[in-house]
Design a protein around this ligand. Sequence first.
Ligand code: 5GP
Ligand code: MG
Ligand code: MG
Length: 185
Amino acid sequence: MHPHLDRILWTDDQISHRVSELAAQIVHDFPQPSSPPVFIGVATGAFIFLADLVRKIDLPFTVDLVRAQSYGSGTVSNGAPSISSDLKVEVNGQHVILVEDIVDTGHTLSRLISHLKLKGASSVSVCTLLDKPARRKVNVQLVGEGKFYRGFECPDYFVVGYGMDFDELYRNLPYIGVLKPEHYS
Ligand code: 5GP
Ligand code: MG
Ligand code: MG
């Protein structure tokens, strides 16, 4: 275990197993050949989850990334995320699956969902690896027949690894763990 961590919450094996289950659920819900979904990862945190998830899904879908910024280098969302890098793929009339590392206050997802709705997505689903419901400030309103997929419920700790950072570090850890408070205060 990395010395800056207090403990590991999910090992790489546990994550991989759960990602396979989420992929199977998505395949079940978006059967070929009806309109394939567009997977949109929220950069940077979702990049590893997105890569693992899409490699387990055998559908003719498209993939893109979007970037929303709210967190400077701190650990608390400022509540007003802005979209700092927009999509390239067309989402008008498409089924979109937003892929996130973790839903915390819900501000980031809510902002992105309204953005996709304005762009004419016919449904917006969310696939988040972690969900921290204890800290939710805004409800995540899906669009159309959108579904909410989540890997694990996360206890109220600041976690890093498997794409998630503190100050851009720790993203490469293959597992997810709790950062010792002395490393983010
Ligand atoms: P929200 O807008 O829902 O509060 O969260 C926005 C973003 O904050 C998440 O997508 C994620 O990138 C980051 N975030 C929230 N909680 C954590 C956490 O425990 N650890 C890390 N590394 N990032 C988090
Ligand atoms: Mg994120
Ligand atoms: Mg971050």
